[in-house]
Design a protein around this ligand. Structure first.
Ligand SMILES: [Zn+2]
Length: 306
């Protein structure tokens, strides 16, 4: 019981930090600029969000994922090109298509495989990370070490979107208004197949989806349910899902998360997410976050002089 209460309060504390980011995930270019400006006006000069949020170029040198997914940075990041045969970058004006080369190569590979593996025509790629990773001025508690990416739950259209369309159009919400299940008029077998293809990839550590999506996947999965373990319920994530790769082999500065509990995650542990306290938590204001000196020293070194 004590542990249960602790877990719930720990989750709610995380939630308070991450809810605002969910609210702004869909922002168009003008809304995003306004939120950036508001945050910049509140932040001290050495706030990590400010320093990493204003750097526009990657740190040179070999690729390194440094620190935790939610408290770290990245060196040697590369940019996913705005267009590939099977992907298009969304919200390009944010300059958040940067990631560890291992992640960028993975995205290119799985995008190319998606039509055959999932009947999914191509990926609309949301935020990946900043040129040097680190915390952001808007959105996302994580996405800091170049190993996280958001993929829209909207299939790629059969034409190239204009830069303006990419900065303005809205993604598809696949969750019903009561948050208890998917919206059957929007959800398709291709959504399930796409998430399954990602979750079965050995590079994947976790995939975050809305609890209603997890519920649907639990219901629709076939006899082999092993891939469901990596699909984790989280707030928001009803317009996009969030994929996270494990630390690249041999990168000792990169800190993996604790292992996922055993099982497919479809049992009673899912029920809490559909309670009133889980569905409607009180959001906190976005915090100032860490100072540059609170991050791993190797991260402070990456932005010295910026
Ligand atoms: Zn994300």
């Amino acid at each position: 019981m004590g542990i249960q209460v602790f877990m719930v309060s720990a989750i709610l504390a995380l939630c308070a930090a991450s809810l605002p980011s969910q609210a702004v995930a869909q922002d168009n270019a003008a809304q995003e600029a306004a939120h950036r400006q508001a945050m910049l006006s509140r932040l001290p000069a050495d706030a990590a969000k400010r320093v990493f949020g204003l750097v526009t170029t990657p740190a040179p040198g070999p690729a390194r994922a440094i620190g935790d997914y939610s408290k770290g940075c990245a060196a040697g990041a590369v940019q996913l090109p705005a267009d590939g045969a099977a992907w298009q970058i969304m919200r390009p004006s944010r300059n958040r298509a940067w990631g560890h080369p291992v992640l960028i190569a993975f995205l290119e590979r799985i995008a190319a495989a998606a039509p055959l593996a999932a009947g999914w025509p191509g990926l609309l790629v949301g935020d990946i990370g900043q040129p040097r990773g680190g915390p952001m001025l808007t959105g996302h508690a994580s996405h800091q070490i170049g190993l996280d990416a958001d993929i829209w739950l909207t299939p790629m259209p059969d034409r190239r979107l204009s830069p303006a369309e990419r900065d303005e159009m809205l993604a598809t919400n696949v969750v019903a208004a009561d948050l208890n299940d998917i919206d059957p008029t929007v959800w398709s077998p291709q959504h399930r197949r796409l998430l399954e293809a990602f979750a079965r990839s050995p590079e994947i550590a976790r995939i975050f989806v809305n609890p209603a999506i997890k519920r649907a996947l639990c219901r629709e999965a076939g006899a082999d349910r092993s891939w469901l373990q990596r699909i984790r319920p989280w707030w928001g994530h009803n317009y996009h899902f969030h994929l996270r790769l494990s630390c690249p082999r041999g990168e000792t500065e990169c800190r993996d998360q604790a292992p996922i509990p055993a099982g497919d995650g479809c049992g009673s542990e899912l029920n809490w997410w559909f309670t009133a306290e889980a569905k409607h938590p009180a959001p906190g204001p976005p915090g100032i976050g860490p100072r540059v000196s609170d991050l791993p020293p190797a991260c402070a070194a990456l932005v010295q002089g910026h």
